[in-house]
Design a protein around this ligand. Structure first.
Ligand SMILES: [Zn+2]
Length: 423
C-alpha cells in the first residue's frame, strides 16, 4: 500500500512537497497576509484497484475511520489508532421538516463520537500519522473539543500530550483534557499560545494536531483527511445519492474542506456521480462571509464579538475554507446568538438531538437561507451536528423549581403554573 500516498501539495500554487512534518502551509506562495493550506496527494489509479463500495460497507464498524484506510494518509497499518470513531447515524428530521416546510432534512449526528465531537475523526488520523512520523509528544492550542480529543487519542497511542489553553477554558473541557492525561497549560493571551506552540514544535519536535500559523490558520494536513469519512458515510447512508447541500459549523474550515474533499474523491473514483454545495455556518463575526463579500483572495481578520457558539468563535479562517466555498458554489452564512439558541431548542425539542450551540448554527443557517429563497424546499440538506450540548450547558441550564408535596392537587397546580399543562 506504500505507493498510494504520494506527498503534499499546495492548494493555491500547486507546489509539491514530500510527506513530511509541514504544518504551516505552503512556504512558496506565503505572503505577510496569506498562507495556503497543503493537502495530501494520492495515486487514485492505484487506489481504484484496491477499493469498491462493497469493500467499505462489509468492513466492521469497529475499524472506525480506518474502514476507509485506502483513502487516508497513514501507510503502515500498525500505526492506525482508533477509538471506534465515526459511523455515526444520519437521521431524517421529519418533525422539523413539517415545521420548516422542508422535504429532505437530515442530521449527521457527530456527537456520538468517542469524545462526543467530530474532532475524533481528525485526531484519529492526525495522531496515527504522528506515530508513523515517530512523534513522542502531541500538542494543540485550544479551549474546546480539539483538546479532549487530542488528549484521548494521544493516550490511546501512548504519546505524551501538552495542551495550550486559556484561563477562560470551561470546567467540562478542562476536565476532559485532564482525565485523558494531558498536561494543560493556561496562557494569558490567545496570540501568545500559537507562538509558544510553534517554538515547541520546531525546537522539541512536538507534533501538532491543530494550527499555530499566522496570518492564516493552516493546521495539520493529515488530520483534516479524517473528515473525508463524514462524506463517505453520508454517501453510503443515502445509498450513494449525494445531497444538494451539506451544512458545516465553521471557523478554521477544516471540517468544511475535509467533507468537500471526501465527496470529490468518491466522485473521482466513480462511487458517486455528483457533488453537494457546501454551506459554512458562521457566528456573526463571519470571516469567510466577509472575504466572499469583498471578493478577497485571502481571509482577513474581522472584529471580535462575544458569542455562545464557542467552538466556532473566531475572527479568521483558512484558505481551504475560502476555496471550498468557491469550488462548491457554496454559501457562508453568519447567524446570531439568538438564532443559534432558537435552533438548539428546536433540534432538542422536535428531534431529540442535544447539539452544542456551535453545532446548532447549521440549522440556524438553513432556516435563514430557506427564508431568503437561496435553498429550495425540496432539496436534500444534511446538517453536520459537530458536538453535544453537554459540552456547554451554561446557555440552557434551567432554573431549579421548588419541590412539591407528593399529592395530586399540588401536581395539578405545579404543571399548570410552570408549564401551562392541564392534567
Ligand atoms: Zn503555495
Amino acid at each position: 500500500m506504500a505507493d498510494r500516498v504520494i506527498g503534499l501539495k499546495c492548494l493555491n500554487c500547486g507546489a509539491e512537497y514530500p510527506l513530511s512534518r509541514m504544518f504551516e502551509g505552503c512556504p512558496k506562495c506565503a505572503t505577510d497576509k496569506f498562507r495556503s493550506n497543503l493537502t495530501v496527494v494520492y495515486d487514485y489509479d492505484a487506489i481504484s484497484k484496491l477499493i469498491s463500495k462493497d469493500l467499505f460497507l462489509k468492513r466492521s464498524r469497529l475499524m472506525g475511520v480506518w474502514r476507509f484506510k485506502e483513502l487516508l494518509p497513514v501507510e503502515n497499518e500498525k500505526y492506525m489508532i482508533t477509538l471506534g470513531e465515526g459511523n455515526t447515524p444520519l437521521l431524517k428530521c421529519k418533525n422539523l421538516e413539517k415545521i420548516l416546510g422542508l422535504r429532505n432534512l437530515y442530521v449527521k449526528d457527530e456527537s456520538r463520537n468517542p469524545t462526543w465531537s467530530y474532532k475524533d475523526r481528525l485526531c484519529s488520523v492526525a495522531i496515527s500519522k504522528g506515530l508513523e512520523f515517530g512523534a513522542k509528544v502531541a500538542t494543540v492550542a485550544t479551549t474546546g473539543n480539539h483538546g479532549g480529543s487530542t488528549a484521548a487519542y494521544a493516550a490511546k497511542a501512548g504519546m505524551d500530550c501538552v495542551i495550550f489553553t486559556l484561563p477562560t477554558v470551561s470546567d467540562i473541557m478542562l476536565t476532559l483534557m485532564h482525565i485523558y492525561g494531558a498536561k494543560v497549560v493556561p496562557i494569558t493571551t490567545p496570540e501568545g499560545r500559537w507562538a509558544l506552540m510553534k517554538k515547541c514544535v520546531e525546537e522539541l519536535g512536538w507534533y501538532p494536531t491543530g494550527t499555530y500559523s499566522s496570518p492564516m490558520p493552516t493546521g495539520n494536513p493529515y488530520g483534516v483527511q479524517g473528515y473525508k469519512t463524514i462524506a463517505f458515510e453520508i454517501a453510503e447512508q443515502l445509498e450513494f445519492e449525494v445531497p444538494d447541500w451539506v451544512v458545516v459549523p465553521t471557523v478554521y474550515g477544516e471540517g468544511l474542506y475535509g467533507i468537500w474533499l471526501g465527496f470529490n474523491e468518491f466522485q473521482n473514483l466513480g462511487i458517486t456521480d455528483d457533488l453537494p454545495r457546501m454551506i459554512a455556518a458562521e457566528t456573526e463575526m463571519g470571516p469567510i462571509a466577509n472575504a466572499l463579500r469583498k471578493n478577497l483572495d485571502y481571509i482577513e481578520k474581522v472584529p471580535s464579538k462575544p458569542t455562545v457558539a464557542l467552538s466556532i468563535a473566531g475572527t479568521i479562517s483558512s484558505y481551504q475554507a475560502l476555496k471550498t466555498m468557491r469550488d462548491s458554489n457554496g454559501y457562508a452564512m453568519p447567524v446570531t446568538d439568538d438564532e443559534i439558541l432558537q435552533a438548539q431548542k428546536m433540534l432538542a425539542k422536535h428531534e431529540g438531538i442535544f447539539a452544542e450551540p456551535a453545532s446548532s448554527a447549521s440549522l440556524a443557517a438553513v432556516i435563514r437561507l430557506v427564508e431568503e429563497n437561496r435553498i429550495d424546499r425540496d432539496e436534500k440538506i444534511v446538517l453536520v451536528i459537530t458536538s453535544t450540548g453537554l459540552k456547554d450547558i451554561r446557555p440552557v441550564t434551567p432554573k431549579k423549581l421548588p419541590a412539591i408535596e407528593p399529592v395530586w392537587k399540588d401536581l395539578e397546580i405545579f404543571l399548570k403554573k410552570h408549564y401551562n399543562f392541564q392534567l
